[in-house]
Ligand binder design. Structure first.
Ligand code: CTP
Ligand code: MG
Length: 228
C-alpha cells in the first residue's frame, strides 16, 4: 500500500544567504527541489506528494503530476512544524487519520530509494520512525569561549534525517499540542516523543544531507551523481 509524502518547502534559506530560497537554487541542471520531488515520486511506495510552499512563492514551477502521481500544494507557516501541519491538513480526503504519511525535507535531494523502502518496511511494524545515523565523531559539550567542558558519550546518540513516517492523525495531534504550548520542535519525531511515542530510528546513508550552506550544494551535486 502506498503513502502520501508531505514535503516542507516553505523555508527561506537564511543560512544559505542566496537571492532565492535554497530549494530553488540550480543543482545539476535543475532546481534543487526538482531532484527531491523526482526521487520521491519515482518511489513505488509513494502515492502522491503534498508540497508546502511559502506564502509569496513565485518560483514554484506548478508541477501537477510526476511519474503519474498527483502533486498538490499548500501554504506553510513561520516554523517548519507549522508548514508540516498545514501540509498534513491539506492531504486529499482519501488519506485517513490511521494512515501512515511520510514527511521529507525539500532540502534533502540525495535521499536513496532503498532507505525510503527500509523506513517504510521497518517503521510500519511500529508507531512510526525516521531515518538517521549513529554519531561518528566524538561529541563535546562546549562552554563559554568555545572551551570544551566535557566529552559526551557517543553511543546511543543519533543524527536525525528525513523521511520521517507517522500516522497522520497522531502526528497532527502531536504537532498541534506542541504549537499550543508554544514549544518549538525541530522535527516530527520530537513532537511524537513529547506526545509519549518512541519513534524507531532506522539507519540510512549519511549522504542524505540537508543542503544548508553553499558548500553543501557542491557536495549534493557529487552525491546525486553517485547515487542516481
Ligand atoms: N521549512 C518549511 N517551513 C518553514 C521552515 C522550513 O517548510 N517555516 C522547510 C525548508 O524549506 C526545508 C526544511 O523545512 O525544506 C528544512 O528546513 P531548513 O533546512 O532549516 O531550511 P530553511 O528554514 O529554509 O533554512 P534556514 O534555517 O537556513 O533559513
Ligand atoms: Mg530553518
Amino acid at each position: 500500500e502506498a503513502l502520501w509524502c508531505v514535503v516542507p518547502a516553505a523555508g527561506r534559506g537564511m543560512r544559505m544567504g542566496a537571492d532565492c530560497p535554497k530549494q530553488y537554487l540550480p543543482l545539476a541542471g535543475k532546481p534543487l527541489i526538482a531532484h527531491t520531488l523526482e526521487r520521491l515520486a519515482a518511489h513505488p511506495r509513494i502515492a502522491g506528494l503534498l508540497v508546502v510552499l511559502g506564502a509569496r512563492d513565485e518560483l514554484w514551477p506548478g508541477i501537477e503530476t510526476l511519474h503519474g502521481k498527483p502533486v498538490r500544494v499548500a501554504i506553510g507557516g513561520a516554523e517548519r512544524s507549522d508548514s508540516v501541519l498545514a501540509g498534513l491538513n491539506a492531504l486529499p480526503s482519501e488519506v485517513e487519520n490511521a494512515d501512515f504519511v511520510l514527511v521529507h525535507d525539500a532540502a534533502r535531494p540525495c535521499v536513496r530509494a532503498k532507505d525510503i523502502t527500509q523506513l517504510i518496511e521497518r517503521a510500519s511494524e511500529t508507531d512510526g520512525g525516521l531515518l538517521g545515523a549513529p554519531l561518528r565523531d566524538t561529541l563535546k559539550r562546549a562552554g563559554e569561549g568555545d572551551c570544551s567542558l566535557a566529552t559526551e558519550p557517543r553511543d546511543q546518540r543519533w543524527r536525525a534525517f528525513t523521511p520521517q513516517m507517522f500516522r497522520r492523525g497522531e502526528l497532527v495531534a502531536a504537532l498541534g499540542a506542541v504549537s499550543n504550548h508554544g514549544r518549538a520542535v525541530s522535527d516530527e519525531a520530537m513532537a511524537m516523543e513529547l506526545a509519549g511515542f518512541r519513534p524507531l530510528l532506522v539507519e540510512g546513508a549519511e549522504d542524505n544531507i540537508k543542503v544548508t550552506t553553499a558548500a553543501d550544494l557542491a557536495l549534493a551535486e557529487f552525491l546525486l551523481a553517485r547515487t542516481a
